[in-house]
Design a protein around this ligand. Structure first.
Ligand code: CUA
Length: 369
């Protein structure tokens, strides 16, 4: 009995604590649409909780009294009861009424958050196994000026329309603080309006099972003030620096061209007149890699806090990733799913990181490497 009691306390405690994972919190809306969803889900959650509690108590009552009676009559079945019309009508009509009451605000909320504001900033979002790519077509000519991955950078207090696509299987884009989920379906474009009323970083997650590393397919919205966002836009449109001849970075650029550039693009390095003629696009565009907070599909930070409290370049984990990515995230590179182990030498890894760390702009408040 004591073991059961302990499980009855521990299991719910673990479940409750596991849901407190910090920034990815469905009950802390930071934008208008997420707020509408929260205002709907809290009362529905309470009503469902009360109904669930009543059902659980009634079930416990029936189980306890039923087993007692069974014992009293020496193992015979308890008395069987059929056809209590009043009870049956009650437990049909009451749930029906509860569902009708819940349906009214639910439909109203769905309609209200599906609205597509015409003045929104538009960003194309591409899901693929197992990372998110963001393309900013700033002048609306269908050719994105900025292509980035993992971090969705957006301005505060501005409606942003995400046009969600998939390059392989069905994924689902979800940043709980900013809105509900929207599936990324191959061959279709789906729309999701997000807006944040706060500057900050908000974590998300692919919500549709999409294969081996579905659980590692993370996302993050980085919300900047309008001025910071304008600076970011300007910096992201600058070409990457060309390393000076003879430096470690110059050697790293050669490693990139020979080992990385069939999947990864760096604008102006492995493209022809702005078109990625020789790049598969299977992997994130690295032109401004250092502008991001996270790498490896958002599973590792690109910047960490050192003993003095400074945000510094996370060289160790980026090198470990280049040494053997499959050790860091489950992937199946043999089936062209994820990054392969390229068997780079320590020297090549040093040179490559030496080059990659020149690919600014750097996030705010970090110490450039
Ligand atoms: Cu992509 Cu789950």
């Amino acid at each position: 009995m004591r073991r059961w009691m302990r499980a009855a306390v521990l299991v719910p405690a673990v479940l409750v604590l596991a849901s407190c994972s910090g920034k990815q919190d469905v009950f802390s809306p930071k934008g208008e649409n997420a707020d509408k969803i929260n205002k709907l889900q809290v009362p529905v959650f309470i009503a469902a909780g009360v109904v669930g509690l009543i059902v659980a108590l009634m079930l416990a009552y029936v189980l306890i009294t039923g087993s007692r009676r069974a014992k009293q009559v020496d193992g015979d079945d308890p008395q069987q009861i059929h056809g209590n019309t009043r009870l049956e009508l009650t437990w049909t009509i009451v749930p029906f009424l509860i569902l009708v009451v819940v349906a009214v605000p639910t439909f109203a909320t769905i309609l209200s958050i599906s609205h597509r504001p015409p003045d929104a900033m538009k960003i194309d979002v591409y899901g693929q196994q197992w990372w998110w790519s963001y393309e900013y077509d700033l002048n609306g000519d269908g050719k994105p000026e900025i292509v980035t991955a993992n971090d969705l950078v957006m301005p505060v207090n501005r409606k942003v329309e995400l046009r969600i696509h998939s390059r392989d299987v069905i994924h689902s884009f979800w940043i709980p603080a900013l809105n509900g989920t929207r599936d990324a379906v191959p061959g279709r474009t789906q729309y999701l309006e997000v807006e944040s009323d706060q500057v900050g970083e908000f974590d998300g997650q692919c919500k549709e099972f999409c294969g081996l590393s579905h659980a590692n397919m993370r996302a993050r919205a980085v919300v900047l003030s309008q001025a910071d966002f304008d600076n970011w836009l300007a910096d992201m449109q600058k070409p990457p620096p060309t390393p000076a001849a003879g430096t470690e970075a110059a050697a790293g650029l050669e490693v990139f061209k020979t080992k990385c550039s069939s999947c990864h693009q760096i604008d102006g390095v492995d493209d022809v007149e702005g078109k990625a003629a020789l790049v598969s696009g299977h992997a994130p565009n690295l032109t401004h890699l250092m502008s991001r907070d996270i790498f490896a599909s958002g599973n590792y930070p690109l910047w960490v806090t050192d003993v003095n409290g400074n945000k510094v370049f996370n060289r160790n984990q980026l090198e470990a990733w280049l040494r053997d990515p499959v050790l860091m995230i489950p992937m199946a590179p043999d089936e062209r799913r994820g990054m392969p182990n390229l068997k780079l030498s320590d020297n090549e890894i040093d040179q490559l990181v030496g080059y990659l760390q020149t690919l600014g702009p750097y996030p705010q408040g970090v110490t450039p490497p």
